[in-house]
Design a protein around this ligand. Structure first.
Ligand SMILES: O=C(O)c1cc(=O)[nH]c(=O)n1[C@@H]1O[C@H](COP(=O)(O)O)[C@@H](O)[C@H]1O
Length: 240
């Protein structure tokens, strides 16, 4: 794998609070990572200006707002995300097939194939355990649920899923080579584990079949974020 291919797999999680921090990281990391993730924390604070700020620096955006609502509301929200020009956007697979299908149809009808956002379904969050599922009445094992939701997402027109690295191989086997797999919970050899529980190194996750790796604190908290991103690229190239 080339350095450019490895770099393009990294999505930096912009878990920051204001536009100044976006400018700082976008300036430091443009050309060092493939995409920037704008999540609930940042979007609730700064709104669409956060997406515009990343794009001003030439960055691509993964809008991580994990929609889960009635089908019409989610479809309309996805159209609004598409109009902002984001490359990836997501919703919760647990919202069900009708919600996913309507969102998929809305973006396919209203945007050209090259312009439409790719839609991802979150399967089971990396922070969830068997106990979390049991507490809400789901008694199936986590991995079984993840694969079931990934297959449902694919049948409902999603382009891919967000899942823990430990489930990549099972999803790949069930959903085929063209289905996008985006994985957080990735920790390079040099970084702290933080609160992530089910983790892999970047090279392991790519080898297992991940298309994109979502990485936040190992880059953001490093003394030199650009050097940390370079080290992660080294790890991926060295291991694949
Ligand atoms: O959708 C996500 O990106 C996501 C899903 C999930 O199951 N687990 C998870 O950690 N994430 C996000 O991935 C990022 C991981 O950040 P770090 O743990 O700092 O690398 C955070 O922005 C989380 O919100």
């Amino acid at each position: 794998m080339t350095r450019t291919e490895a770099k393009d797999k990294i999505i930096f999680a912009l878990d920051v609070h204001n536009l100044q921090e976006i400018d700082r990281f976008a300036a430091l990391l443009s050309g060092k990572v493939g995409m920037f993730k704008v999540g609930k924390e940042l979007f609730t604070t700064a709104g669409p200006a956060a997406v515009e700020a990343v794009k001003r620096h030439g960055g691509e955006v993964f809008l991580d707002l994990k929609y889960h609502d009635i089908p019409n509301t989610v479809a309309q929200a996805m159209l609004a995300a598409g109009r902002m020009g984001v490359k990836l956007a997501n919703l919760h697979a647990l919202g069900g097939p009708e919600m996913m299908s309507q969102a998929a149809e809305a973006v396919r009808t209203n945007f050209s194939d090259s312009e439409r956002p790719r839609l991802l379904a979150v399967t089971i969050l990396t922070s969830s355990t068997q106990e979390t599922l049991s507490a809400v009445g789901i008694d199936h094992p986590v991995e079984q649920m993840v694969v079931r939701l990934a297959k449902l997402a694919r049948e409902s027109g999603m382009d891919g899923v967000v899942a823990s690295p430990l489930e990549i191989e099972a999803i790949r086997a069930a959903c085929g080579p063209d289905f996008l797999i985006v994985t957080p919970g990735v920790r390079p050899a040099f970084a702290a584990v933080d609160d992530q529980k089910r983790i892999m190194t970047p090279a392991e996750a790519v080898k297992a079949g991940a298309d994109y790796l979502v990485i936040g604190r190992p880059i953001a908290k490093a003394a030199d974020p650009a050097a940390a991103a370079d080290l992660i690229v080294d790890e991926i190239v060295g291991g694949c």
